[in-house]
Design a protein around this ligand. Sequence first.
Ligand SMILES: *Cc1c(COP(=O)(O)O)cnc(C)c1O
Length: 377
Amino acid sequence: MTDRIKDFLARNRDDDGPRLVVDLDVVRENYLGFANALPDTRVFYAVKANPAPEILSLLADLGSYFDTASMTEIEQTLAAGATPDRVSFGNTIKKEKDIARAYALGVRLYAVDSEDEVEKIARAAPGSKVFCRILCDGAGAEWPLSRKFGCAPEMATRVLERAHALGLAAHGLSFHVGSQQPNPRMWDRALKTSAAIFRDLAERGVQLSMINLGGGFPTRYLKDVPGVKTYGQTIFRALRRHFGNRIPETIIEPGRGMVGNAGIIEAEVVLISRKSEDDRRRWVYLDIGRFNGLVETTDEMIRYPIRTDRDGDALGPCVIAGPSCDSIDVLYEKDPYFLPVTLEIGAKVLIEGTGAYTTTYSSVGFNGFAPLKSYVI
Ligand SMILES: *Cc1c(COP(=O)(O)O)cnc(C)c1O
């Protein structure tokens, strides 16, 4: 919790929450942290984490590049002042119509993981640079991205050869080690695979020049995580190990690590009840749940720190749930959450680390609950 956010909440009281407040000073610190920890790496902010115009403008001013997944994200990024040469169309699943639109706006960097996607890009964005995403299992990550994106290494070789044959620039490779990845050594195996693909393609006359190291850099929730410096050093050592003195150009795509700890949600306790007289656990219902911002509590994967005005009092086990009339709108139940026994209906609670993946995941109004309000200060 920063003093600026504390101040904002105190001076702008609001009983029609919940609301997210993001402190731009923290986003700036995070950007500079990445730039210092990985000095030879370009930073492509993953726009989906939080596309608030103030965040995009700040990052554009700081010199950031942007990883986008749709036309809307590309337009938001350009509107914030980024030039199209600083935009990557990083989704491997794109309509050909959208590739053509992005190309018309000047975007020249595209992600692929299949030959058919390469064909689309060759037709709609001739001569552009493409990078091929390789599969990465996301082991150890708290929000794994599993098998939806990427292809096997042998296929990546074929995909990039095809790109080269069709007149595209076979630029490089990308992978994502899983979001909220607490282990910086997870980049090692993907870099080993990448180096082998670089060698394979070089033998076939195709010179790759770039590795996109993806996102995965964590933010702090309840557990401690290594700092960005540790990630930088560990990744640099892995690059040395597998590429020797010929380290390719590298980029990273932080989302959560850029904005997660910059935001706090203020929510309200709507009801505290028990299911029977002898129920040991209280049910604490908040005015925020899965449908208005906290989707990442799915399967209780992301466990947010929750602060109350009674912190320091004795704690008791709670099930925490959202306000909507859907039974999946339960945040924590399997692994109960301990909250002060003195917590009362109507109290405000602060949910920390909520700058990433909250506003954009909020439904347009399930059960009539409004999308999450957002203030960027
Ligand atoms: C979502 C996404 C990211 C950001 O991941 P974080 O774990 O939030 O840093 C980066 N790259 C791609 C391609 C993504 O889809």
